[in-house]
Design a protein around this ligand. Sequence first.
Ligand SMILES: NC(=O)c1ccc[n+]([C@@H]2O[C@H](COP(=O)([O-])OP(=O)(O)OC[C@H]3O[C@@H](n4cnc5c(N)ncnc54)[C@H](O)[C@@H]3O)[C@@H](O)[C@H]2O)c1
Length: 212
Amino acid sequence: MSINGQPITETRASKTYSMTAPLFNMSGKVIAITGGAAGIGLATAHLLVSQGAKVAISDVNATNLSSAATSLKASCKDGGEILATQVDVRNRSEVDGWITSVVEKFGKLDGAANLAGVIPKSINIERVEDLNDADWKFVLDVNITGVMQCMRAQIPNMNEKGSIVNAASIAALGGFPKNAAYTVAKHGVVGLTKTAAKEVGDRSIRVNCIAP
Ligand SMILES: NC(=O)c1ccc[n+]([C@@H]2O[C@H](COP(=O)([O-])OP(=O)(O)OC[C@H]3O[C@@H](n4cnc5c(N)ncnc54)[C@H](O)[C@@H]3O)[C@@H](O)[C@H]2O)c1
């Protein structure tokens, strides 16, 4: 295969993936990230502190939070700072207290990435008629009520022209057999995101989802 006569030599194995600098200036911006101790949240935090942002990560997992904070401190550049707080997004007072402490420490809030999420133990096992109450409640509490509680705390504190990004999923875009709780919660994230976007557009705050 070729493009414009040039042969395509890259193979999947030879591809190198790296984090690239954003096309906008994040220096001095204050960003709050849930689920910041692992995965997408931790990678986002690394990218932001390396660009000079002040990043407040939270996570329910204290062990991972501590090692994430250590690695992030090493990535801070050009005024980048890190604040790590143990927060369970299911707990309203913990979420409210966290956002209050972020604004107290950094003086403002420019953006948030609400990424804390879980998958059910019963994924690929239970059909709708088999669903167990504990799994259903756990997944909806973290994946949708948690996002709502974070946005409820963040929006009143957010600067004009701020930005909120919530974690939906490809499961927000269709039906997924034997994955009802997660699919419902992620559909809910899309609805919550669209609703909030219409409510805060007059403050030039953008609210969007990712759907990996
Ligand atoms: N990685 C993917 O391919 C993918 C695909 C679709 C959707 N997503 C969504 O993106 C988000 C991030 O995914 P990831 O792969 O980085 O996940 P991950 O499991 O690597 O990280 C999620 C983090 O959320 C934290 N968390 C879980 N429950 C919490 C709670 N109650 N309070 C606070 N923190 C809590 C975990 O401790 C963990 O550190 C999730 O919402 C996930 O559903 C990811």
